[in-house]
Design a protein around this ligand. Structure first.
Ligand code: NZQ
Ligand code: ZN
Length: 390
């Protein structure tokens, strides 16, 4: 097992009506609050009014209209400007992962004199950031319990995921009831995203029993309760199980003591979202079985066997190659037949015209050929995975 030094400082407050504690969580951080949100879902579900009532004693400034695949321009730049002009003390992000990610970039940018893109692109490491509190309303990314964010820059087709230890939220409120209004498309995409986070961290070397058990449990939980939430969006227990499982996705817990992941499926999907603005979890569902098939070989076989037996209860006494093949088929069928997701790039509006350009962009920017990751990918490998996904 590898050595590690792990610290996750975010306070998690989970359950029905936990947002009542919001004023107590924000008060020690200051009076001037930037309330940031997306295209209006928080107004439709009554959360906006609730927050405004709870924070009546605070000075509230607002940033609205943060889009899915949040954009550097205008959202991050506008948020940084407001924070600097109004001397904001604390950022309150209310919404899905896109709102939260955008707020992380704003939090760092607000404490930096130069172009905030310097921080996102790792040209400069942040020295400080404004504190972030969030109310997450969509179970998917795990952004509420990690120090990362993903920001898109449209003019350069960049979608960059970056980590910074200053960006752990101070406090995250998770009320599964607020996720009941998430539609079927985004519920399925969220479940697929979180399954993918766990899977990315399963295909590593070395792995260990604790990490494997944790990962397999999370995937099984999502595969059990994802369909329940689709069937009955108001099922509080299903929404709770999904929300908790998603929360562990990206904060390093699933990778403790294990080898480096490299997050190859995310590297590929982020480029697809950057070029075509598709929904992250849908892109991952399409890529995942194709990536699995591409990396299956004698060396990787053992991981497929453990995954297939552990997640899908495929009989362990079958030949290993059969288990691996069945595993890939089960993954594909789960997304397609059980979660009713698009399973080809064509279905999400992507044709083959720019695949060489995209493969080159990924190979140049994502470091997927790093020999330390479990299954390094060359530009040709990336192209083959994209082509198989058409
Ligand atoms: O904009 P509003 O009106 O709020 O609507 C949103 C949006 O249209 C809607 N929504 C959110 N909560 C809702 C709701 N609709 C009804 N009821 C609710 N309670 O859902 C739509 C999608 O929201 P979005 O925030 O984009 O989804 P998600 O949480 O899946 O976030 C996706 C983004 O996170 C990044 C992705 O790349 C993508 O940009 N990721 C962030 C990660 C991280 N920080 O660790 C890791 C992930 O791998 C991922 O890359
Ligand atoms: Zn993801």
């Amino acid at each position: 097992m590898n050595s590690f030094d792990y610290h996750s400082p975010t306070r998690l407050v989970f359950g029905k009506d936990v947002v009542e504690k919001l004023p107590d969580a924000i008060a020690p951080l200051g009076k001037k609050v930037l309330l940031a949100y997306g295209g209006g879902s928080i107004k439709r579900i009554g959360l906006y009014d609730k927050v405004k009532t709870l924070l009546h004693g605070f000075e509230i400034h607002e940033l609205s209209g943060i889009e899915p695949n949040p954009k550097y321009n205008p959202s991050v730049l506008d948020g940084v400007r407001i924070c600097k002009e109004q001397h904001i003390d604390v950022i309150l992000a209310v919404g899905g992962g896109s709102v939260l990610d955008c707020c992380k970039a704003i939090a760092a940018g607000a404490k930096y004199d130069g172009d905030p893109w310097d921080l996102i692109s790792y040209k400069v490491m942040a020295q400080d950031a404004l504190p972030i509190v969030d109310i997450i309303t969509l179970a998917a990314t795990g952004s509420e319990y990690d120090c990362g964010g993903v920001i898109s820059r449209t003019e350069t087709n960049d979608k960059i995921g970056y980590l910074d230890p200053h960006l752990w939220p101070v406090c995250s409120f998770l009320d599964p009831a607020y996720t009941m209004t998430v539609n079927a498309k985004h519920t399925a995409a969220g479940v697929a995203d979180a399954i993918n986070h766990a899977t990315e961290q399963f295909f590593v070397s070395p792995s260990n029993s604790v990490a494997d058990g944790f990962i397999l449990t999370i995937i099984k939980t999502l595969m059990k309760f994802g369909p329940v939430a689709l069937q009955n969006p108001n099922d509080y227990e299903a929404r709770s199980e999904i929300m908790l499982a998603c929360t562990f996705g990206c904060n390093g817990l699933l990778n403790l003591g294990s080898g480096m992941s490299g997050w190859p499926m995310h590297g590929i999907e982020h480029a697809l979202s950057a070029y075509y603005d598709i929904t992250h979890g849908e892109g991952l569902a399409i890529i995942m079985p194709r990536w699995m098939r591409h990396i299956l070989n004698e060396r990787t076989l053992e991981r497929f066997v453990k995954y297939g037996v552990g997640v899908f209860n495929i009989p362990a006494d079958l030949p290993a190659h059969d288990i691996a093949e069945q595993t890939i088929t089960c993954v594909h069928n789960f997304f397609k037949d059980t979660m009713h997701m698009p399973m080809t790039l064509g279905e999400v509006g992507i044709d083959g015209n720019r695949l060489h350009e995209i493969a080159h962009h990924i190979a140049t920017n994502e470091g997927l050929d790093n020999p330390h990751i479990f299954a390094p990918l060359s530009e040709e490998d990336i192209y083959a995975i994209l082509e198989a996904s058409l």
